[in-house]
Write a protein that binds this ligand. Sequence first.
Ligand SMILES: [Zn+2]
Length: 381
Amino acid sequence: MKKIALGVAVALSLIFKVNEASAVAPTSQCRYTSDTKVVSGIKYVCLYYKGKSTWISVPKIKLSKINQYEKTKLKAYNEIRKQISNTEPKNIKLKFFISDNFPKDLRAKYIAQINLATRAYDQFFAPETPMNVYFQTEKDEAFIDATPILFRQKQDFADFLNYFGQNNRTHQVVGLAATFSEYTGKTEGHTGVLASSRTNGKNVTFYSEQVVPHEYFHVVQDYFKYKRDQVGYPGGRDEYETNYRPIFREGSANTISTALAMDSFESYLLFYRALVSENKGEGAWPPFNTLTNKSNVVSTLKLMELTSNDSAIGFTQFVLGSLVFEWLIAQYGFDAYKKLIYNQSLNINFEDNLKLSLGIDSNQLYNLSANHVLQAFKIKK
Ligand SMILES: [Zn+2]
């Protein structure tokens, strides 16, 4: 009997090894950019451009063998994950508004993401802060129209109500609410996403895995600029962005949400690898294809300070911003980053906030983080 059992064990281990060695990237066409597939336990993400599908993955990491770029990433990842408290949240009071039309598996996944993010974000809020969480679909327009905070922002996601209604772009999940503000006389947090009623967890992008904690983090940011928001920004978008620079507002929200959404360091590396790969080469925003030396990284970051500098600045702030703030959190620690969030309440512009919180100016921030950005962009597709 023993011999037979041993034989089975050997056979199993051989099969396992064969599987491991023969794990090759999928050859199928992807359905969309940021499509995912798991082959022999390895996650692949697809890059899709002009009819060509390229599946990328990150092999199992040996922490003793990682390079400087990965070390910085690991440090930031751990710093952010350390914020997930083991104790029950004391301050945030969650209230869910989830449509019956919302895909069931995404509903479970996103509730878990909200609960996890709440453990990290709770430290920022005063006790008894209401936090409204909305998961809605294209079939819920009546609810959206009847909810002032959602109706107010409707122009931001109206296109997706239409796309989803026509069964288009159902692989995308987009922001529905992301604010700390007042309506009906009370200040409350509002966060949430819009998904297609016809999608499910297997049919949405890898990128969308961080959308729930991303939108939620904007509530944290807004909490400390609420009083300033009440005054308004007569200088328009330029004035707003001078206070909350795009790489800080959107980029650092991505740094935080990506670390919270990726439950392994390999997935975290894969996320960034896909993000950068999608944003270089043919079809990319031209400045991204110049990121082969430090001075070009610095000048690109300067260009991105105001959206009015270049009409194409949109998604670019997420890409470079998440890398700059990943570096910042690795270098200075999460508590230093928190100062930047808190000091928004002093009604100072981002430049002064940076000097006050970290003792550096923008030029130093750009120059010091440039090498980290360069390493990210060295990646081959
Ligand atoms: Zn955002």
